[in-house]
Design a protein around this ligand. Structure first.
Ligand code: GLC
Length: 788
């Protein structure tokens, strides 16, 4: 039914807040076994255990002793942790090196402080419990200065204080508005920034969960409609530490193949071989770099996964090989729905080998998706994941190295938009309903796909793009933000959405550039491509009936701008790749909100229209039509306009000119960044590798160049090129010392040092050698050729 005022009928209010909460009550007993503290209360059971000195897990079950089995999000084992226990009459205090947990007994209340004694979480009025609907609930005190970041893929501004958020993977084709929630991904993790302290909470519950971060009661809460109350607290004390702790628990992003960081072109759909060839021809002829072309659902025979339509794609092997010879990869879409068709081998195998999701009575669940009536593999079963992974030989044998998983919420064309929640999942021997496991369906499909492709590519890195996921999705794939629209508002929304994905462990993410549904305009495409140049994932994608939005779709002027920015992506590739390596190791995202670097600057707390690449570069896209100026906030320090070299003082808002051809970029003084010049990641030789140093008056900069072969896992064995460059400089002297490590030989044999800053250098020394004579002074810069 179309919504009317009936939607706000008073009879629809589900509960009078606070009336049906059953508090867990007083502690009846407290015991300890193998590092697990077991607390029995009047109305439930709680187990507490430390994973590390800085990560504690609390599990509450209102009915029975809690199970300590984790969801598949968690891959870290508990580390041995030393702690002391102090048992008092009123409370028990357990302390590790980095956090102290106080368990108050009457009634049970848990509070956690960090090693400085600062409170991370505390419960006062209310604590843990359940409600009349059978949900598990947890209340925590909210502080006036709290700001909340993370929660995965959400619309709205950066700081989630004041919001209610739901986690239930959902296919949402309707416009993504500020109140459109939930979307495709569920990442029930968030960080609190309170003054200069940060810490995190991960509510590991694979069913539908809700977070209430509204400000009314000085409390926030989270609850799960099924399962246990199972949450982890990460001690921080910074947001970066918290992210590292969270990704240690749920896994790090593997280093993607370099081609996956290039520009990708997609459309729903490039429908025939000729169309794909013509598309590629256009890119090559126009000199616009492109690393991957996507095949949406029309490549298949009647939308049957693991097939090609023989008429439209008569010789996929040859097509793929020809494209590969031109440096372009093809990424096909693979949805979970398997067409019900007794003559289709995947369906036959699925039925005869018992691979599909079923009702408890044993009948297969069918849902309507693109191929019509379809069955869905039960990815919660290890053998099914293996089977599905193996099926990808169909693609890998053709030379395909990347897969696009869509509709894996799973989406079904029915009222509820998904699978019947009564369906049972095998869940590796611990059967549970779809209601309880819905949010991990996409994650496990991702695991099956990633692991299968990885095995088949024999040492080459694979690439996965996935629409749905759960905490830990970063282990397998990159995430795009689903079916946005070609609205300026959706360009605006993509910035905080991607920043919060990054603050939820998903460093590799991006929106459909240009917008998926609705019609892009030239201006919108130009501005969106400028933004996309700096999103970790960079793909232009649009829907069937939407205006075409390939780079040349809006005339020469727009084509030129779009081309320049796609090329700029490759210029920045060495810097981006270095940041991907950092994200792979530490979980700290490539694309960052300013608050991550300036957590005490109040102007950054909810700054949603600018972002950073790494720790010293600010990108401030223009996101309204016919706009040639915008306000940019620069935090403390001096910042150099990337295009004009003008130095601007931080701690201020500046009005910046940004005609349609200009994306405002600012580099902080006292920073080095690497640049390249190749136009595609597969072109072999990088001949113009550059290190740009943005000097201040005097200072020290340490910068680590990172390169490897970009396609294998040899980097894990130290086959890397790392060079730690240490610059010491004053207004007239500069000294650089290099420290190269690793066994990888990059394509380039030399690089150029470009020194920005308009003062007169009288001496440039490199590793003790005077190279002043080699330096060429040019437009306020010094250019120095160097060998590596
Ligand atoms: C879904 C995807 C979209 C894709 C379409 C057809 O809407 O989100 O990206 O193009 O399905 O496969």
């Amino acid at each position: 039914m179309q919504d009317t005022s009936f939607a706000i009928h008073p009879g629809k209010k589900k509960e009078i807040k606070g009336t049906d909460f059953q508090d867990i009550g007083n502690v009846l007993s407290f015991s300890e076994q193998n590092g697990v503290f077991m607390i029995k209360c009047e109305h439930g059971y709680v187990h507490v255990t430390f994973y590390t000195n800085s990560i504690v897990r609390v599990v509450m079950n209102p009915d029975t002793e809690p199970s300590l089995t984790t969801s598949p999000a968690v891959i870290k084992e508990r580390e041995p942790v030393s702690y002391t226990v102090n048992k008092g009459k009123e409370e028990v205090v357990v302390a590790t090196e980095n956090m102290t947990l106080t368990v108050r007994k009457s009634p049970l209340r848990i509070s956690i402080t960090d090693k400085e004694g600062l409170t991370l979480v505390n419960e006062s009025e209310k604590g843990l419990g359940s409600n009349a609907a059978g949900e598990v609930v947890c209340f925590k005190n909210m502080h006036q200065h709290d700001h909340y970041y993370g929660f995965g893929e959400k619309t709205g501004f950066l700081d989630k204080k004041g919001n209610q958020l739901t986690m239930w993977n959902s296919d949402v084709y309707a416009p993504h508005n500020p109140e459109t929630d939930p979307l495709y991904q569920s990442i029930p993790f968030f960080m609190t920034l309170r003054d200069d302290l940060a810490f995190g909470i991960f509510f590991d519950n694979t069913g539908k969960t809700h977070f209430d971060m509204r400000e009314e009661d000085d409390t926030y809460s989270f609850r799960g409609e099924s399962g246990q109350l199972d949450y982890y607290v990460f001690a921080g004390p910074t947001m970066k530490d918290t992210l590292t702790q969270y990704t240690a628990l749920t896994g790090n992003m593997p280093l993607p193949p370099k081609w996956a960081l290039g520009y990708h072109q997609s459309r729903y759909s490039y429908e025939t071989e000729e169309e794909v060839r013509e598309l590629v021809h256009n890119f090559l002829e126009k000199g616009i770099p492109v690393d991957a072309i996507y095949l949406d659902i029309h490549y298949m025979d009647g939308y049957r996964v693991f097939t090609f339509d023989k008429n439209r794609f008569p010789n996929p092997k040859k097509l793929l090989q020809d494209l590969r010879d031109q440096g372009i990869r093809v990424v096909p879409i693979v949805d979970p729905g398997v067409k019900e068709d007794s003559e289709y081998s995947i369906y036959q195998e699925g039925v005869t080998q018992d691979r599909f999701c079923k009702y408890i009575e044993g009948t297969i669940y069918f849902g309507d998706v693109w191929p019509g009536n379809s069955a869905f593999p039960d990815f919660t079963n290890r053998d099914v994941r293996k089977w599905w992974g193996e099926k990808h030989r169909f693609y890998s044998d053709l030379g395909i190295e990347g897969i696009w998983n869509d509709m894996n919420e799973p989406a079904v064309f029915n009222e509820t938009k998904t699978m019947d929640t009564k369906v049972m999942h095998e869940n590796d021997g611990d059967p549970k309903t779809h209601r309880e496991l819905h949010n991990i369906y996409g994650l496990l499909m991702g695991e099956a796909t990633y692991e299968g492709m990885k095995r088949q590519l024999k040492g080459k890195r694979t690439f996965l793009l996935t629409r749905a996921g759960y905490a830990g999705v970063q282990r397998y794939g990159s995430v795009w933000t689903g079916d946005n629209r070609s609205f300026w508002e959706h360009l605006q929304m993509a910035i905080p959405m991607c920043m919060n994905l990054g603050m939820s462990g998903v460093a590799f993410c991006g929106p459909d550039v240009g917008g998926f549904a609705h019609d892009a305009t030239g201006q919108l495409l130009a501005r969106w491509t400028q933004f996309g140049t700096f999103t970790p994932y960079f793909r232009n994608h649009s829907a069937l009936d939407a205006a075409r939005q390939e780079p040349w779709s809006f005339g020469e002027n727009i084509e030129e701008i779009v081309k320049n920015y796609i090329q700029l992506r490759y210029v920045w590739m060495p810097e981006l790749y270095r940041l991907f390596k950092e994200a792979h190791e530490s979980g700290i995202p490539v694309m960052r909100p300013l608050v991550l670097e300036y957590p005490t600057d109040k102007h950054t707390f909810n700054l949603s229209d600018q972002f950073m690449i790494g720790d010293n570069v600010i990108i401030a896209p223009v996101m309204t039509p016919d706009t040639e100026h915008r306000v940019v906030y620069l935090p403390e320090g001096s910042w150099v306009n990337y295009w004009t070299e003008e130095v601007l003082e931080g701690g201020h808002h500046h009005l910046i000119y940004a005609g349609l051809e200009t994306l405002p970029i600012f580099v902080k003084q006292n920073t080095a960044i690497a640049h390249g010049a190749i136009k595609s990641t597969t072109e072999v030789k990088e001949e113009n590798y550059q290190i740009h140093l943005y000097k201040g008056k005097e200072g020290k900069v340490v910068y680590r160049i990172y390169e490897d072969d970009g396609q294998t896992f040899d980097y894990e064995q130290g086959k890397v090129y790392e060079n730690e460059l240490t610059f010491h400089y004053s207004s007239d002297k500069l000294e650089l010392t290099t420290n190269r490590t690793g066994t990888y030989e990059p394509d380039w044999e030399s690089f150029t040092l470009v020194i920005h800053g308009d003062d007169d250098l009288t001496q440039i020394m490199i590793d003790g050698k005077d190279v002043t004579k080699l330096a060429e002074a040019k437009a306020g810069k010094y250019i120095v050729p160097l060998s590596i």
